[in-house]
Design a protein around this ligand. Structure first.
Ligand SMILES: C[S@@+](CC[C@H](N)C(=O)[O-])C[C@H]1O[C@@H](n2cnc3c(N)ncnc32)[C@H](O)[C@@H]1O
Length: 193
């Protein structure tokens, strides 16, 4: 099935969990993956794999079964992802159990967390729980990258999330606005310390 149609169907089924009507554009996906060099002790965790828009770029950057773990809550998306990315570990799971899912995978130290979860539309307690899990894995030098849509950038939940991260990891590195995406978005990057 066409990726855009599949994504839109997932959105209609669960709008708050999917949080967007279209998958990330190639421009946003490339910005999300910039500088990432996966390795057995620099494992990439991708949270909210969707239809795999960012996964494709991660695979181009060297993601494989020894250095990549994708977590997606929607089992029907995971079934289809496994067809397209059979060489990658993609599991049906909830990012609120992130540390335990990583532990069970048997993979090494997490070097990169590529987060595509729609914090602005997720319930506050779910977002808070996920950030608590992220904290468990953010060892020194671990990179956490997410995107935030320009139109929601100053919403209370987006500001709260940035405050949470700033208190722990300092100011983010923000990309220029990526206009070739529906809707336009920034990437934000922090490093564990
Ligand atoms: C905005 S979409 C991003 C999809 C894709 N990465 C992209 O950039 O096009 C968010 C994805 O996160 C998934 N998701 C939402 N809550 C989740 C959770 N608690 N754990 C894992 N995945 C979740 C949704 O099902 C959806 O596929």
């Amino acid at each position: 099935m066409n990726e855009n149609i599949q994504f839109f169907q997932a959105f209609l089924k669960n709008p708050t969990s999917v949080g967007s009507i279209a998958p990330s554009s190639p421009e946003l996906a490339r910005a999300m993956v910039k500088g990432i060099e996966p390795g057995p002790e620099n494992v990439v965790l991708e949270l909210g794999v969707g239809t795999g828009a960012i996964t494709k770029q991660l695979r181009n950057a060297g993601a494989n079964s020894e250095n990549y773990l994708g977590i997606e809550i929607d089992p029907s998306l995971v079934r289809s992802l496994r067809g397209s990315f059979h060489e990658l570990n993609i599991v049906t799971g909830d990012a609120t159990s992130l540390a335990e899912i990583h532990r069970r995978s048997g993979l090494g130290r997490v070097g990169y967390i590529v987060c595509c979860l729609p914090f602005v539309s997720l319930p506050n307690e779910v977002g808070g729980k996920i950030l608590g899990e992220v904290e468990k894995l953010m060892t020194e030098g671990c990179m956490f990258r997410m995107y935030q849509y320009a139109h929601g950038y100053y919403s209370p939940s987006a500001i709260k999330l940035r405050d949470f991260m700033r208190k722990r990891y300092g100011r983010s590195r923000r990309s220029p606005l990526i206009v070739k995406n529906i809707p336009p978005a920034y990437t934000l990057t922090w490093f564990g310390r």
